[in-house]
Design a binder for this molecule. Structure first.
Ligand code: NZQ
Ligand code: ZN
Length: 388
């Protein structure tokens, strides 16, 4: 097990009517809030009205900025920074999913950065070191951004999708009412489940040894998502199944399951080129990339793959040789993705082979790829090809 330092300071208020606490929580950070949200789902399903009522009741003044797109854009971040400066905002309240939260985090970091916010995305040594506080009202379990220190933004110039990370980006609070997820379209529910599972795969595939506790915590959480996601697709208003998925989404990415180990993260970086270039949902991209990555990389540590196959995917050790066990696990994983309606090949997401080289090259701009197996440009290209 590796040395580690762990701090997860987000105050989580979870359950029915949790949103009634929003105003009181926001009030702790000042008097004026930017309410930042996406394309309007919160106005259609009543979440916006409930959040605004809570802010008013607590005497919190607010301005709002909607229009965050999935794969949030840099131009709106810049607009948010301008607005917050003009209005003297004390806290940014993201109402939505990973996109609204990440856009809020980028605004929060940009407000404390002496330069253009995108510079930090291209050069991690520039920050972020400070940010305005961010609060969250979560409406989709997926990205885990409600407790993570990460933030992913797409720059329209060159369609480059890049992330920043830092303790200052961890939200101050997250209000999580599973009922808010009842209105999610099946496709978004499935994309969320795929992302949640991927966050655990990234951590599970480590070369660090003596990680038995976090292995088993990850295995339990992975089994939970594998079982509960199909239930919420069948029964969108099943509160308990929605609650299981929502809480798993947070646990999967708040770094508790990272402690003492070094995760891989190649598949996320390989996927970010897909969603940056083709604007597909991140979770759908991961369902395409992970099986291909697994087929390409399993020989780096076959025992780890067999452990996952047996403990999480119920493949019997007597099933066959190591390669057959691993292939059977990947087949079961692909069936699970398919049962949720996820694509598992590039062509199923209408992506051809014409830009694979370009994406493999872009993948390496300002970073290294992979820890379980260090990848070079040719490796990434071959993984894209395996996903065709
Ligand atoms: O925009 P609106 O109208 O709100 O609709 C959204 C959006 O179209 C809809 N939606 C959300 N809640 C809903 C709802 N529709 C009906 N009812 C509800 N309750 O769902 C769509 C997707 O929302 P989005 O916020 O984009 O989803 P997600 O949470 O998956 O976020 C994806 C972004 O997060 C990044 C991804 O790369 C992607 O850009 N990630 C961020 C991470 C982090 N900061 O730690 C880690 C992740 O690995 C990920 O990379
Ligand atoms: Zn993800």
């Amino acid at each position: 097990m590796l040395n580690f330092e762990y701090c997860s300071p987000t105050r989580i208020v979870f359950g029915r009517e949790a949103e009634k606490r929003t105003g009181e929580l926001a009030r702790r950070f000042g008097k004026k809030v930017l309410v930042h949200y996406g394309g309007g789902s919160i106005k259609r399903n009543g979440v916006y009205d409930k959040v605004v009522a809570s802010l008013k009741e607590a005497g919190v003044d607010f301005v709002e900025l909607g229009g965050v797109q999935p794969n949030p854009r840099l131009s709106l971040v810049r607009e948010g920074i301008r607005l917050c400066k003009e209005e003297g905002v004390d806290l940014i309240l993201a109402v939505g999913g990973g996109s609204a939260i990440d856009s809020s985090k980028a605004i929060a970091a940009g407000l404390k950065y002496d330069g253009d916010v995108w510079e930090m995305f291209l050069d991690g040594s520039k920050g972020p070191f400070d940010a305005l506080p961010v609060g969250v009202v979560l409406t989709i379990p997926a990205a885990g951004s409600e407790c993570s220190n990460g933030c992913v933004i797409t720059a329209e110039e060159g369609w480059l999708k890049r992330d920043i990370g830092g303790e200052c980006l961890v939200p101050a609070f997250a209000v999580m009412n599973p009922e808010f997820t009842f209105t999610l379209p099946a496709y978004q529910t499935a994309c969320g489940a795929s992302d949640i599972l991927a966050h655990m795969f990234e951590r599970y595939f480590t070369q660090v040894t003596h990680t038995d506790l976090t292995d088993r915590l990850l295995e339990a959480a992975m089994r939970t998502i594998l079982i509960q996601a199909p239930i919420v697709l069948r029964e969108p208003e099943n509160y308990d199944a929605r609650a299981e998925v929502m809480w798993t989404g947070t646990i999967a990415h708040n770094n508790l399951l990272d402690t003492g180990r070094l995760g891989d993260w190649a598949s996320h970086n390989i996927e970010h080129e897909l969603s940056g270039m083709y604007d597909i949902a991140h979770g759908a991209g991961l369902a395409i990339v992970f099986p291909a990555w697994m087929r390409y990389c399993w020989k780096e540590n076959p025992a780890r793959f067999v452990q996952l196959a047996v403990r999480v995917f119920d493949v019997d050790l007597a099933f066959g040789q190591t390669q057959e066990i691993v292939e059977e696990m990947i087949r079961r994983l692909e069936n699970w993705y398919r049962s949720l309606g996820m694509p598992v090949r590039l062509h199923e997401a209408n992506i051809g082979e014409d830009r694979l080289r370009e994406m493999a090259k872009k993948c390496f701009i300002a970073r290294q790829i992979g820890n379980f197996k260090k990848l070079d440009e040719e490796d990434v290209y071959q993984i894209y090809r395996l996903a065709l």
